[in-house]
Ligand binder design. Structure first.
Ligand SMILES: [Zn+2]
Length: 373
């Protein structure tokens, strides 16, 4: 926005805004954009058209997703541009220590290549499991981790403020943070892959619950029996809509972790070719997913439900069916939610983690300009 708009919105004088902008631009935190002057165009009197914006070089924020058999990294600049992404295959049973060594090694490589110019502000990490707000990974059965102080482990090696977040929470937050124009009051997000993570944004904030564990939508009970879920129970939504469920519905063996990620793509393209078994497998996923989406809609009355994760190709091929079934199955009179694929793609958790650290750095409720500068 322009200096005049900033003064108006913040209730400050033009002189104060000028002082603040000069101070912030001296620290490379904001910059002023001048519109390209077109030939023969006359400037509107009193509206110079110069806007203040975040300076991309003001700081850098690294997001790291620790997944099953895979780690993904995304580097965001202060202007929220994604400046670097990397995906690496790792052991599907990677230990916390080995994962942090990978993160630290990646940060060193980025620094060596001049990617963040000595201005890495913070690190955000995600895991597909239960995380406490103090950075403790409480329960991560899919990797076999329990009670790990991941935040302390990371900070001892990467030496920047670090936060640890549930992967679906991070992806949902990133989706909302990078698209401020979309309605933020009520968003539900499901990440379907090896497991099924969930998150809800209610009144513009991540729903956290009493201990930070809210949004475990994958463990909604949708049946009284069924395959055993990663949580130890039976009948959870996750066990009917994840990669293993897809493989089972297609009567194929679940491939090893790294190859498993491409299974949805294979089945979705088979379905396009007219393969009946592939279509039936996708239908089976859609049937159970509908039950979960109906419950979530009845609970949250969401504006939008975003679907992401490794199951994306399968979700894309049944998106219209899901929309129709959810519309027909909710309480009559209730608003039908928009159901969309998440827009950030496979980097959604890493980008989301970086956006949360960016938000913390800019959050006026505990901003410390001296620290940022
Ligand atoms: Zn479960």
């Amino acid at each position: 926005m322009s200096r005049a708009d900033a003064a108006r919105q913040l209730g400050l004088t033009r002189a104060t805004i000028t002082h603040l902008v000069e101070s912030l631009s001296g620290r490379n935190l904001v910059t002023e954009l001048r519109p390209k002057r077109q030939k023969n165009s006359r400037r509107e009197p009193g509206r110079p058209g110069v806007t203040i914006t975040l300076h991309p070089d003001g700081g850098y924020f690294l997001g790291a997703e620790i997944g099953v058999g895979v780690m993904r990294f995304a580097l965001l600049d202060f202007g929220l541009n994604v400046v670097d992404t990397v995906t690496v295959s790792v052991s599907p049973k990677i230990s916390p220590g080995a994962a942090i060594e990978r993160v630290a090694g990646h940060a060193r490589a980025l620094e060596k290549n001049g990617k963040f110019k000595g201005r890495l502000r913070s690190l955000g990490m995600t895991v597909p499991g239960l995380v406490r707000s103090d950075g403790f990974v409480v329960h991560l059965p899919i990797l076999g981790w329990k009670d790990v102080n991941l935040q302390a482990l990371a900070e001892s090696q990467v030496h920047v403020p670090t936060l640890v977040e549930n992967n679906a929470n991070a992806a949902a937050f990133g989706e909302a943070y990078l698209k401020p124009s979309q309605p933020q009051d009520s968003i539900v997000y499901l990440k379907l892959g090896t497991g099924c993570g969930g998150a809800a944004i209610v009144n513009g904030r991540l729903l956290r619950g009493a201990a930070g564990n809210a949004g475990e939508f994958g463990h909604l009970r949708v049946a009284a029996s069924g395959p055993q879920c990663s949580c130890g129970q039976v009948g959870c939504l996750e066990s009917w809509v994840n990669l293993a469920a897809l493989a089972k519905a297609y009567r194929t063996k679940m491939p090893p972790a790294e190859d498993g990620l491409s299974l949805p793509m294979r089945i979705a393209s088979k379905a396009v070719e007219g393969d009946r078994a592939a279509r039936a497998a996708i239908n089976s996923i859609a049937d159970y997913l509908t039950i979960g989406l109906l419950s979530l809609t009845n609970i949250f009355n969401p504006h939008t439900i975003f679907l992401g994760g490794a199951m994306r190709p399968v979700l894309a091929s049944c998106l219209e069916a899901l929309r129709g079934r959810v519309g027909a199955g909710i309480v009559p009179g209730m608003r039908v939610p928009e159901i969309r694929l998440s827009t950030l793609g496979e980097m959604e958790c890493a980008i989301g983690a970086a956006t949360i650290t960016h938000h913390r750095a800019c959050d006026v409720s505990h901003i410390e300009i001296a620290d940022i500068g």
